[in-house]
Design a protein around this ligand. Structure first.
Ligand code: B4P
Length: 187
């Protein structure tokens, strides 16, 4: 089963994705974590990605498409996965759709975490104080929210045509939201 978590930055994709993947015994693929690890290790990918991430911009598709291809090709992602943080652009969605279709698979669920903008800003500012992530600054947060609306939110309509999008109220406790996701997926 392939499940995509979609939502604004700070909406809880990473938080819920971890719980969901553990519960279903699925691999979680998180492009943000992969990119942050590359930045920390100063690899060629990390050096390329850092400047975009720090500004709150998307890392270009020229870089991310091959990363996604590699992740989906791994043995542990053959039977299913929780996709956290991608696809985030039309080109990424096209690649995921095509890769799964070639294997006779498809995205089964798209969970849209719905959280008001003032709450996602509050969460990211709280995380900034806790973890000091380089893109949790007021300017980068503003850019990330704009980029989400421009590049990623249109994917909701793309997947809604297939009837696989379910809106999940993303405010409340982490546990309550996880229970709601379990109810929606039916397992
Ligand atoms: P991501 O790592 O995906 O960052 P994000 O959108 O902010 O989500 P994240 O998972 O961190 O936060 P979450 O909502 O779980 O991307 C970072 C950057 O990487 C991007 O800006 C881009 O530059 C690059 N990138 C990543 N993927 C890319 C791609 N495919 N293409 C191009 N570029 C890409 O949680 C936020 C906070 O809320 C946490 O502190 C959490 O503890 C808290 N929280 C969660 N649930 C809560 C709840 N119910 N109540 C209160 N707080 C809650």
């Amino acid at each position: 089963m392939f499940i995509l978590l979609l939502g604004a930055p700070g909406s809880g994709k990473g938080t819920q994705g971890k719980l969901l993947a553990e519960r279903l015994g699925l691999q979680k693929i998180t492009t943000g974590d992969i990119l942050r690890t590359a930045v920390a290790g100063a690899t060629p990918l990390g050096l390329e990605a850092k400047k975009f991430m720090d500004d709150g911009k998307l890392v270009p598709d020229t870089v991310v498409l091959s990363l996604i291809k590699e992740e989906l090709a791994k043995p542990e992602a053959q039977q299913g996965a929780v996709l956290d943080g991608f696809p985030r652009t039309a080109a990424q969605a096209e690649l995921v759709d095509r890769t799964l279709a070639e294997r006779g698979q498809r995205l089964n669920h798209v969970l849209l975490l719905d959280v008001p903008e003032e709450e996602v800003v509050r969460r990211m500012m709280a995380r900034a104080a806790r973890e000091g992530r380089s893109d949790d600054t007021p300017d980068a947060i503003k850019t990330r929210l704009q980029v989400y609306q421009r590049d990623t939110a249109p994917l909701i309509a793309h997947f809604a045509q297939r009837g696989i999008v379910r809106r999940v109220p993303g405010t409340g406790t982490v546990d309550d939201i996880a229970v709601e996701i379990q109810r929606i997926i039916g397992r």
